[in-house]
Design a protein. Structure first.
Lengths: 358, 358
C-alpha cells in the first residue's frame, strides 16, 4: 500500500497511482485528526472524495505515531494524552474516539488503536503495553458501528516469542476480519523481526488478511510473503525516491551517481512504469541535479511500480508453485546498497537493547 | 508559452501540459548550456526527446539571464564573459556560439543573442546596448545553419521611444521569420512598457509572429494582445502557483486564505482544468497548509490552464469581432490583488530611474 499519510501519496495525483497499479492506499488518522480534522473531511463527503481516490483506503489508527512522540505523550488505561507535533496543542485519544475518527474519515479498512512499545523495550513494559493493546482492541470492537468498514486488530509483543504467541492467540479469539502485526521493523535486527513474525503467523486465521505494518523494502516484502503476509505499507519507496534512490532488479542505486549522467537508456530497462517508458536515466539525473520538483514524482512512480510488480510476480509464483525458487533468485540478485548502514544500526540496537534489559 | 527553463516546466510532466492545452514550451539555452550541456542533449537526440515533449519548443538565447548576472559578467563587442551561477566557472558566449548551442538543443524557434540593458538604464547606454544587439542579430543570422529552425530577432531600446522605433525598423529590415520584443517588464512602470510596445508594433511585419518576452500576468496578456502581440512567456503563473496564488476571473487569490478551509466547490467553478475538475478548494488548502508537493503541481496546472483559456478566448473574440468589449469586461472584473505592491514598486523605480538619468 502506497503511504498517503496526509491524504496524498507524496508527489502523486490519483491517476498516477491508478497507472502504476495501486489498488489501495494508506492514510493516517492521527495526522488527519490534527489537520484538517475529521469533521471537515466528513462534511466534504469522506476521505475517498476528499482525496479523489475512488478505490480502497486503509487508515492507520495513529497508535504508532502517538507513541513516537516520546515525552510529548502520556499513556493511561483510558487512552493517550499528547501534544500535537504541529502546534503543541493538547489532545486526548481513547480507543473509542479513534474508532469514531476513523468512521468519520470513512476508509474501507480501519486499524484498532494500539500501544506500540517503542524499541528497545524490556519484557515487563512490552507485556504491559501488549495487555493494554488487547483491552483496547476489545473496546475498539465494541465502539465500531459502521458495517461498511473492516476493523483490523493489531498484534503486539515486541521481540519476545511468548508475548507474540499470546498476542496473536488472543486477537484471533476476537474474530477480527483482518490482522495487523505491529511493533516490528522499528529498529530491531532483521533476524529478530522474522523470528517474531514466525511466532505470530500460526495463530492467525489463514483466510483473513495479515498485514505487516511499516514494512518495507523489496527484500522484506519477499521475506514477509514467504512467511504468509498479505499486506504491507512503508514510507520507504516514496521517501528514498525523493532522495534519488531507485529500486532495480539488481538492488538500490542512486540516480545522482555520475554514471547516469549520459545514460540514454531508462534507469531500469526492465521496468514498465511511466518514468522508465518515457525518460532516459540522463534526464532523471539532470532533474535531480537541478533540484526540479518533477524529479521526485518520476522517482516515486518508479519505486511504487517496482513494488507493485514485485508483489504481482510473487503472487504469480505462488499460484504457479515456484515461489521458493523465485524468492531465492530475487534475493540473490537484489542488493540493498546500504548494507553497511544497516550493520551499523544493528550493532547500535543490540548495544542499547542490552542496556535496557539490564 | 509555459516556461521550462531547465527542460522541465516546474512540477509538470508532458501529459499534464498536453492536457491543459499547451502547444509550445520555452526552455533556456543559458541554463541548459551550463547544465547538462548542449553536447549531451544533442547526443541524446535533442531537447524534444530529452524532455519527452514532441510538440513545439522555443529556446531563449539567455541574453537576459547573462545580463542579470550583474558584476559576474563583462560585455565586449565580441561577446559576454561571465561566471556560472551554479559553480562560478568562467564562460565566454558570442552570438555565433549561442546559435550553435541552440542548434545543438534543436528547438523549433530559437532567439538571437541580445544585450538587454538592465533597468534603470540611461539613454546613452541603452543606445549602445541596442546598437550592439543589432550587430549581434546580423552575426546570429550569418551563423545560423539549420533550415528546420526559425531564428527570431529581438527588439531592444529600453523605454526610449526613438530607440524602440529605430530598433524595430532595423530588425524588420533583416527579415526575420519572427520578432521578440525584449527589455520590457523588467521593473519599469506599466504605462512606459505599453508606450514602448506601441512604438515598436507599427514597424514589425504584420504577418510575422510578435513575441513579448517575459510577460506576463493575465491582465498584461490581454493588454499585449490588444496591441498586436502573438506570443508571451513568463515564470509568473508557475512561480506564484507554488506560493498558493491562483488566477480566477475575479483576480488573483491565495488558497492559504482561511476562507478556503471548508470550501466544497473547486477553487474556480468556471475552470475546466484537471485540478478544478477533481478537487475541492478545501483539499488544495489542506495540501498547501501541509506543504505537500502535490499542491504545487495542482496549482501550476490551474494557472497555466487559466492563461491558455484566456488566450483562446481572446482569439475567439478577435475572430468574431468583439475583442474590444471582451478586453473591457475582463479588465474591469480581473483584480490583481497585489496592486499595492505594484504601486510601491513603481514609485521606487521612478525614483531610481530619475537618479540614473541624473
Amino acid at each position: 500500500m502506497p503511504v498517503g499519510t496526509q491524504a496524498t501519496v507524496k508527489t502523486l495525483a490519483p491517476p498516477d497511482l491508478e497507472d502504476l497499479g495501486a489498488q489501495i492506499v494508506l492514510a493516517n488518522a492521527y495526522h488527519l485528526y490534527l489537520r484538517p480534522g475529521p469533521d471537515l473531511i466528513a462534511s466534504l463527503g469522506g476521505l475517498h472524495r476528499f482525496m479523489a481516490w475512488p478505490h480502497s483506503i486503509l487508515t492507520d489508527s495513529g497508535g504508532f505515531q502517538v507513541m513516537s512522540l516520546g515525552h510529548l505523550r502520556k499513556v493511561t488505561e483510558e487512552g493517550v494524552c499528547f501534544r500535537s507535533h504541529i502546534d503543541g496543542s493538547e489532545h486526548f485519544l481513547t480507543p473509542e474516539r479513534v474508532v469514531e475518527i476513523e468512521e468519520q474519515l470513512g476508509a474501507d479498512i480501519i486499524m484498532a488503536f494500539d500501544e506500540c512499545a517503542m524499541q528497545p523495550a524490556d519484557y515487563r513494559y512490552t507485556r504491559e503495553a501488549m495487555e493494554r493493546t488487547h483491552r483496547w482492541a476489545e473496546r475498539c470492537l465494541r465502539a465500531h458501528q459502521r458495517g461498511d468498514q473492516a476493523l483490523f486488530g493489531i498484534v503486539q509483543g515486541g521481540v519476545y516469542p511468548d508475548l507474540r504467541r499470546e498476542s496473536s492467540r488472543f486477537l484471533a479469539s476476537l474474530d477480527f476480519p483482518g490482522y495487523g502485526i505491529g511493533g516490528l521493523s522499528v529498529g530491531e535486527p532483521k533476524d529478530q523481526m522474522w523470528a517474531a513474525l514466525e511466532e505470530v503467523m500460526p495463530f492467525l486465521p489463514p483466510y483473513r488478511p495479515r498485514y505487516l505494518m511499516g514494512v518495507g523494502s523489496p527484500e522484506d516484502l519477499v521475506e514477509g510473503i514467504a512467511r504468509g503476509v498479505d499486506m504491507f505499507d512503508c514510507v520507504l519507496p516514496t521517501r528514498v525516491a525523493r532522495n534519488g534512490a531507485f529500486f532495480t532488479a539488481n538492488g538500490r542505486c542512486n540516480i545522482r551517481n555520475a554514471r547516469f549522467r549520459t545514460q540514454r537508456e531508462p534507469l531500469d530497462p526492465h521496468c514498465d512504469c511511466y518514468t522508465c517508458r518515457t525518460f532516459s536515466a540522463a534526464y532523471l539525473h539532470h532533474l535531480f541535479r537541478s533540484e526540479e520538483l518533477l524529479a521526485y514524482r518520476l522517482a516515486t512512480i518508479h519505486n511504487l511500480r517496482f513494488l507493485v510488480r514485485l508483489v504481482e510476480r510473487c503472487r504469480e509464483a505462488i499460484l504457479k508453485g515456484y515461489f521458493a525458487q523465485f524468492r531465492e533468485e530475487f534475493l540473490s540478485s537484489y542488493r540493498p546498497t546500504d548494507q553497511e548502514v544497516r550493520l551499523k544500526q544493528k550493532r547500535k540496537w543490540v548495544e542499547s537493547h542490552g542496556r535496557a534489559l539490564g
